[in-house]
Design a protein around this ligand. Structure first.
Ligand code: OGA
Ligand code: NI
Length: 360
């Protein structure tokens, strides 16, 4: 098992450079099965339904009714959607924009500069173009950069891009601020689930929690109706705070049999529940499947910040949420054990968290 994680099974193709080469027909590896293709997408998607939007400043309102109402809204978003957007979250919009621009510049550099950071499947840190190590597997239309921020012991700024020059400092500042937002939400989640305010954060290991950043780069795709930028998956960790592209939408969230396209609000974070919070909440909160569409007109950059348990933390349903009528739905497992599944198999919908369900 460990052995197969040392290297990639075949040469890595950078999707961005495939796209830049001007091909009109995408290689078979990127063509999805007909049932998985995005389907016909109208030019402008103006659906009535969208994921809930939460004004986080209302959590500090002088009006206790508004505070409680906002916390309740967050709770029902986690139960019903597994997704919501937050505005007035306290992170400087300028810092957000500068960080995203630094990453856009990173990807616009020549291939050789980026190759210095080429990653391997043992840690995934660095510049990558695939998840999973199955030879001949179908591939998604995206490249990414993955780095660790927490715990501090595994943070290694030497592995972060040295160019553009501001990149390392921006990533540090940005991550610090996003962790604060995550921490506030963890308290709201805990209280909303009927747990003590610090329960979830302590389950993640407190200060020893994990946090990493994946910057996704979705190049223009000449056949967007045949490919996906990111196949359906649920996020394996605790919660994700996504800062999407300001110009291009693409994220879709599973809602029953439908895919709902998220309309990103400028400067908002799109927050979603990951598998570990689904387990801790004994499935009161949902880690919902999502996927990313590509398009032929514009590339798209998104920053996905993963707020996770420490790797050695044993994650299991909170005892307060387990009763005779609500038996534990998942066995206890450390986050490191859990993650190994995904790293080997690549994105596969909700298959991993579902396959763990205890036979009750
Ligand atoms: C992810 C993810 C969505 C996006 O990185 O896990 O779901 O819009 N990203 O890039
Ligand atoms: Ni995701």
């Amino acid at each position: 098992m460990i052995n197969c994680l040392r290297g990639w099974p075949e040469p890595i193709v950078r999707v961005q450079h495939l796209s830049d080469s001007g091909i009109r027909v995408i290689p078979d590896r990127y063509v999805k099965q007909p049932s998985e293709r995005p389907g016909l997408i109208p030019d402008s998607i103006e659906t009535e339904i969208n994921i809930p939007v939460i004004d986080m400043s209302d959590l500090h309102s002088l009006d206790p009714t508004l505070r409680e109402k906002t916390a309740r809204l967050i709770g029902s978003a986690c139960r019903e959607w597994g997704f919501f957007q937050v505005v007035n979250h306290g992170v400087s919009h300028e810092l957000m924009a500068r960080t995203r621009e630094a990453w856009r510049e990173f990807f616009q550099q020549p291939l050789e500069e980026k190759q210095r950071y080429a990653n391997s499947p043992s840690t995934y840190e660095g510049y990558g173009s695939r998840l999973g190590v199955e030879k001949g597997a179908a591939l998604d239309w995206s490249d990414y950069f993955f780095l660790h921020y927490l715990p501090v012991e595994i943070r290694d700024q030497e592995k972060w891009p040295s160019l553009p020059v501001a990149c390392r400092e921006l990533v540090g500042e940005y991550s610090k601020e996003v962790v604060k937002v995550g921490g506030k939400l963890m308290k709201i989640f805990s209280s909303n689930l009927g747990l003590t305010e610090n329960y979830l954060q302590e389950s993640f290991g407190g200060e020893e929690m994990g946090a990493c950043l994946r910057v996704n780069y979705y190049p223009k795709c000449p056949q967007p109706d045949l490919a996906l930028g990111l196949s359906p998956h649920s996020d394996p960790g605790g919660m994700t705070l996504l800062f999407p592209d300001e110009n291009v939408s693409g994220l879709q969230v599973r809602r029953g049999d439908n895919w709902i396209t998220v309309n990103p609000i400028p400067n908002a974070f799109i927050v979603n529940i990951g598998d570990q919070l689904q387990v801790l909440s004994n499935a009161n909160y949902k880690s919902v499947e999502h996927r990313v569409l590509v398009n032929s007109a514009k590339e798209r950059v998104s920053l996905a910040f993963f707020y996770n348990p420490g790797g050695d933390m044993l994650i299991k349903p909170a005892e307060q949420l387990v009763e005779e009528e609500a038996p534990p739905l998942y066995p206890a497992m450390t986050y490191n054990e859990y993650r190994l599944f995904i790293r080997t198999r690549g994105p596969c919908g909700k298959a991993q968290v579902e396959s763990l369900k205890s036979p009750t």
